[in-house]
Write a protein that binds this ligand. Sequence first.
Ligand SMILES: NC(=O)c1ccc[n+]([C@@H]2O[C@H](COP(=O)([O-])OP(=O)(O)OC[C@H]3O[C@@H](n4cnc5c(N)ncnc54)[C@H](OP(=O)(O)O)[C@@H]3O)[C@@H](O)[C@H]2O)c1
Length: 235
Amino acid sequence: MNNIFILGGTSGIGKALAELLIYKGYNVFIAGRNVDKVEILPYSNKLKLDVTKKECSDILKKFLEKNNIDTFIYSSGVGYVNHNLEEEKELKAVEVNVTGFTRCINVAYHYLSSKNDKTILAAISSVAGIRGLRHAPSYSASKAYIITYLEALRGISYKNKSGVSIVDIRPGFVKTPLIGGESGKYAFFTVTSEKAAKIIYKALEKRRKRIFVPWFWGFIALIIRVLPEFIFRLI
Ligand SMILES: NC(=O)c1ccc[n+]([C@@H]2O[C@H](COP(=O)([O-])OP(=O)(O)OC[C@H]3O[C@@H](n4cnc5c(N)ncnc54)[C@H](OP(=O)(O)O)[C@@H]3O)[C@@H](O)[C@H]2O)c1
């Protein structure tokens, strides 16, 4: 873990992780649509990238190669509470969390697995991907996709004896713009993005397969998984 690239490093969890890794002395690179607003890094360490654009694959590939990236983290994501099933919101989550994710993760996996070295590919999924949440159907389904995709990728990496460790990061609630920003009303168990970054950093160091952020969400996820649907739909 030397040259670390965070896609979605412009805000929330990704930004907090970038700040922590810079503090720890790593060579950090970030990407997102709004990199210009982030002043913690020089121009050369920032990549303006919109994962919904097809051309982003080539741009990303060149940037990873040029900077000899060995750790890739996908933190980009959008999500909406959408009880009325507004089509635009449902499709936006698919565009970023499914299509954009697949596009970028493919580039990253091909690139990392071609290196004769130990590398890390991590992505932020969510506890929301464990079951179908009625509050945010598309978001919840998109996170289930990420969880499943990462498991499949781990299988490919194992079969091909590649040096790529696949890390699935599953936060519960983290205080970021995604769920309300500074003015949001948060459940008492919501953690700060700084706290989440510390947990994620440890998981990356240990190359964990999957982690819950914080740990007690793993326990909650176990319960959620076995709840009968007639109870789960009331939550
Ligand atoms: N906050 C939570 O409670 C929570 C819980 C579970 C999982 N997560 C997941 O954690 C990840 C980070 O979210 P966050 O909470 O830190 O939210 P956030 O502060 O809103 O950050 C979202 C990030 O996604 C990037 N992004 C959005 N659309 C993009 C696009 N089209 N192209 C490239 N980048 C794009 C944004 O960058 P630009 O705007 O610069 O493009 C930003 O850096 C997401 O995947 C989210 O689903 C969050």
